[in-house]
Design a binder for this molecule. Structure first.
Ligand code: 5GP
Ligand code: ZN
Length: 113
């Protein structure tokens, strides 16, 4: 599978991994747009939010829980932060493996797109 995030899960390419459990891993974005910019992904290859099965809704819950824990660990929970999921081409998704962006550490733009 030629998927950059699957390669990170498999340890085939390096990443600054901050969290992992049986279902979810989280690492720093290679091209951060904020002082904290982490990616939270499922270990399993799910191409996008649009490909979540019924069972997958609990996967998103697990990912959000990890994002909230990481916001605390990064010291941005009090100041506030943003979770973003881009879905598909017009949604701005470039890597076709489901991921949540966790952004914070500065005042984020009010613009949503
Ligand atoms: P998308 O546009 O798909 O929502 O976001 C993909 C994100 O993945 C981008 O913010 C990009 O910087 C990040 N990214 C792409 N390739 C790599 C990589 O090899 N390692 C890491 N850590 N992040 C990556
Ligand atoms: Zn993948």
């Amino acid at each position: 599978m030629d998927c950059v995030f699957c390669k990170i899960v498999a340890g085939e390419i390096p990443a600054d991994i901050l969290y992992q459990d049986e279902g979810v891993i989280a690492f720093r974005d290679i091209n951060p747009v904020a002082p904290t910019h982490l990616l939270i992904i499922p270990r399993k290859h799910v191409p996008s939010l649009a490909h979540l099965s019924e069972a997958g809704t609990s996967l998103i819950g697990d990912m959000v829980k990890v994002a909230n824990q990481l916001a605390k660990m990064e010291g941005i929970a009090e100041g506030g932060y943003r979770l973003v999921i881009n879905c598909g081409k017009q949604g701005g998704q470039l890597v076709p493996h489901l991921h949540i962006h966790l952004l914070g550490g500065r005042q984020l733009s009010a613009a949503l797109g």
